[in-house]
Design a protein around this ligand. Structure first.
Ligand code: PDD
Length: 285
């Protein structure tokens, strides 16, 4: 089956889908994106993802390309045309096309909107969650506003690649004081030695993950102990459990950090239980 992409008002064959060479996303990373999970053909947490998209855009003074409800129609139609049952829908908005100049164009261009969708094998993801993943730590070399979900991802790309080259699936990024900020494409969590869930508080130094937000509801409802505070790499080595959260993986147990086994080296009970509970708390539309 051939894939279909939505590009600035048209549904086109994925292999022929293109943007202009002077799109400011291409030249300056002047744009933002969202990745939303698709499960059983439905969008998971669309409302929150679209709200975060609107926030990222407003931080960069880019207009929403269309109202939220119209965007919802495009997202669903892209999922439908690609016959995605389980997978992701990707949304990218850039400032648009203009002659190259660092400052914003004098005549505001129309924001460029691209939407794609692709399937991810849920069985493969479950197998991965049953085994748990390895991660490695490295310095956080990103800019100071990573709360904006910008397409400027070069440090994340380099960190992920370095992780892959070391046989790991994710990189945890570490600030100058030795505290973990987040993963290259996920939020970072541990269960401390005394059984408390720990994750870094939101700020300009991490992305406010939608999965993280929903999981906080799950944690509160289950009455689990939670500390929103930074944790060090040393603390992570000694943790009972570790896991990451993102739209593509929901809750993914971590079993090795920098080659050291976490807990007994198998996915933790709390992480696995949170993974099972997750979708009952997420919004499905
Ligand atoms: N990444 N932190 C970073 C740096 C991320 O890129 C992501 C998501 C998250 C988790 O956010 P959420 O729970 O809303 O997916 C945290 C997406 C999946 C990506 O870039 O593919």
């Amino acid at each position: 089956m051939s894939r279909i992409a939505y590009v600035n008002g048209r549904y086109v064959a994925h292999r022929h889908a293109t943007v202009h060479i002077e799109d400011r996303g291409y030249q300056f990373s002047d744009g933002v994106y969202e990745v939303c999970e698709v499960k059983d053909g439905r969008l998971i947490d669309e409302r929150r993802h679209v709200a975060r998209l609107a926030r990222s855009l407003s931080e960069l003074a880019i207009a929403m390309p269309m109202p939220a409800h119209a965007l919802g129609v495009v997202l669903r139609e892209t999922v439908r045309r690609n016959r995605v049952r389980d997978g992701i829908v990707y949304i990218q908005v850039t400032r648009g096309v203009a002659p190259r100049d660092h400052a914003f164009p004098a005549l505001t261009p129309r924001p460029a909107l691209v939407v794609t969708a692709r399937g991810i094998d849920p069985l493969k993801m479950e197998k991965l969650a049953d085994e748990g993943i390895s991660i490695v730590t490295m310095p956080d070399q990103r800019w100071a506003r990573v709360d904006i979900k910008s397409v400027s991802l070069l440090p994340n790309v380099l960190a992920k690649q370095a992780a892959r080259e070391q046989g790991a699936r994710e990189a945890w990024l570490v600030d100058r004081d030795g505290f973990v900020t987040e993963g290259s494409s996920s939020n970072a969590w541990i269960v401390s030695k005394d059984g408390r869930l720990v994750t870094r508080p939101i700020g300009h130094d991490i992305l406010r993950g939608i999965t993280r937000t929903v999981l906080l509801d799950v944690i509160r409802e289950q009455g689990l102990e939670l500390d929103e505070r930074p944790f060090t790499v040393e603390e992570a080595y000694a943790a009972r459990e570790a896991f990451v959260t993102s739209a593509t993986q929901t809750v993914m147990p971590v079993v090795r950090i920098d080659g050291r086994p976490i807990g007994n080296g198998a996915p933790g009970l709390i992480a696995s239980a949170l993974r099972r509970a997750y979708h009952a708390h997420a919004e499905s539309s």
